[in-house]
Ligand binder design. Structure first.
Ligand SMILES: C[S@@+](CC[C@H](N)C(=O)[O-])C[C@H]1O[C@@H](n2cnc3c(N)ncnc32)[C@H](O)[C@@H]1O
Length: 304
């Protein structure tokens, strides 16, 4: 682990060197670079630059950043967002509370030559729904690193994540236990909204596997339910193409030798993809049901 408390933190990503000024003496935690953000970036780098083939890279689909939009919540000095941008994101908005913005903008300017442009920033307090709406969600990725440390902020943080990430999107979370109360509340509430996948420690970057830092992948659980059901139907019917549709298509997948893979992401309308052959039509619970914590028991699949 190359985390130090020196004022300057360097991070090499994909051969490019990012460099961050931090102010450990400030009263705002966001002016310090926290290890979770380094661990998250280097985890992604490890698997994106991996020489293993797509079949034995478990993160090949997850970390497909091509043409993807992201937002980072509680970005601080901006390490995670800048690092993941260098790994291929098309666009990323870095957000934090007002007092942290000067440190963030300073570090963005400092890294502009490496990034190639000034990335977008926005002031965003997790309780402020107007600030959330102004960013025009949903995003393909919500990035967050070391943001769970105040019990009162857990609810607003999770609500912001849910509002920001698309139905098929992913929250990439760098995590460290900071407060036992916030920790317990976060995971209790998180599991109602998201399916949680913890990255095994041995999958982190070998030089950036800090004992207390973890990486989690969160996906909206109603969407995962739909996919699981869809895969089951598809496997039982041994069909090829599968269309997963509610009011809009979420995913088109294919099955080859018993294993499923998504071949086309979310589409806005069904008409251009709803062709001949096997198709599944899925009614999903409406947003109100989802917010009430529905586990999608009422999904119907009508096979034509
Ligand atoms: C421990 S720092 C982590 C900073 C950065 N992600 C990193 O890993 O280096 C937590 C960050 O969350 C931000 N934060 C805390 N509460 C927030 C809230 N209610 N709304 C927006 N940001 C918040 C802080 O300002 C700070 O930047």
């Amino acid at each position: 682990m190359r985390f130090t408390d020196s004022p300057v933190i360097d991070l090499t990503v994909n051969g490019a060197k990012l460099s961050f000024h931090q102010d450990n003496g400030s009263m705002h935690v966001g002016t310090t670079v926290w290890p979770c953000s380094l661990v998250l970036v280097k985890f992604a780098e490890r698997w994106l630059t991996s020489t293993s083939t797509t079949t034995d890279n478990p993160y090949a689909t997850l970390l497909d950043f091509h043409n993807k939009r992201a937002v980072e919540l509680g970005t601080g000095c901006g390490v995670a967002a800048m690092g993941l941008y260098l790994l291929g994101l098309k666009e990323v908005v870095l957000t934090d509370i007002a007092p942290v913005m000067p440190a963030l903008k300073h570090n963005l300017k400092r890294n502009k030559p490496v990034l190639g442009k000034m990335l977008k920033t926005a002031q965003l307090h997790w309780t402020n729904s107007d600030q959330i709406k102004a960013l025009k969600p949903p995003f393909d990725f919500v990035i967050a690193a070391d943001v769970v440390y105040i019990e009162e902020s857990v609810g607003p943080l999770l609500a912001a994540m849910e509002a920001m990430v698309s139905d098929t999107g992913v929250v990439l979370l760098g995590y460290q236990v900071r407060s036992p109360e916030a920790h317990l509340l976060f995971w209790e509430q998180c599991n109602r909204i998201f399916d949680v996948e913890k990255v095994p420690h041995e999958h982190l970057h070998l030089e950036y596997a800090y004992e207390e830092s973890d990486v989690y992948v969160l996906r909206k659980n109603f969407y995962t339910d739909v996919l699981l059901l869809l895969r089951k139907v598809q496997i039982e019917r041994k069909c090829g193409l599968v269309y997963c549709a509610g009011n809009k298509i979420w995913e088109v997948g294919n099955i080859v030798n018993g294993s499923y893979s998504c071949i086309k992401g979310k589409k806005e309308t069904v008409s251009d993809l709803w062709g001949e052959g096997e198709s599944c039509n899925i009614d999903v619970p409406d947003a109100q049901d989802r917010n009430a914590g529905s586990q999608c028991n009422n999904i119907e699949i009508i096979c034509n």
